[in-house]
Design a protein around this ligand. Structure first.
Ligand code: SF4
Length: 187
């Protein structure tokens, strides 16, 4: 049931032209992973390799994320991963407010179907989409934020860790907390 609903969103996304990013993309990138995921990762938008493949987080940053997930005992296939905007902004620029607003219905629909226990926000664009411009990853990463009955944990985007390798340990520590949050309790 959830798989079918996610697939119908993906079908809509691949032919969507609700904002100007639809004109410049190669492939729209709806999302990937389990419809029953307990953790949903939300990044900013597809990059070059994602735009070519139609699959999220398959470039250098995605491969780094995969390695960090494995290191913390998490498997990508048990998670769901997507972005704020489903089409690549030219030259990887930050999506503008009109693009984010136009695309947000897909993200909200995906989250409503999956109902994850926690949403991991990767980077400032994802964080600020939910919490506003006054928030910054450096200040709130690794903490649990709650809004509209959804639980969030922000952390650095893996692309930031490619530029600043010291963030790898920080992200891994946040992923460790995420992994602990979804462990079944013994009592
Ligand atoms: S970014 Fe979102 S709203 Fe804009 S064209 Fe792509 S799928 Fe549609």
């Amino acid at each position: 049931m959830e798989e079918t609903l996610l697939a119908s969103i993906a079908e809509e996304v691949v032919s969507c032209h609700k904002c100007k990013l639809g004109a410049s993309r190669t492939k729209a990138v709806a999302g990937d992973g389990s419809a029953h995921a307990r953790i949903c990762f939300v990044g900013e938008g597809p990059g070059r390799e994602e735009d070519l493949s139609g699959i999220p987080f398959v470039g250098q940053a995605g491969r780094l994320l995969d390695r960090m997930l494995i290191a913390e005992g998490l498997s990508r296939k048990d998670c769901y991963i997507c972005n704020i905007v489903k089409c690549r902004p030219p030259n990887n620029r930050v999506p503008d407010p009109a693009e984010v607003a136009a695309c947000s219905l897909y993200l909200y629909a995906q989250l409503a179907i999956i109902k994850p226990d926690i949403i991991c926000l990767l980077g400032n664009t994802a964080l600020r989409f939910f919490f506003g411009e006054q928030y910054s990853i450096g200040q709130v990463r690794g903490t649990i934020l709650v809004k509209d009955e959804l639980r969030f944990m922000p952390t650095y985007h893996p692309a930031a860790a490619l530029r600043n390798p010291q963030y790898v340990q920080v992200i891994e520590s946040d992923l460790r907390k995420l992994a602990a949050l979804i462990q079944p309790t013994t009592d």
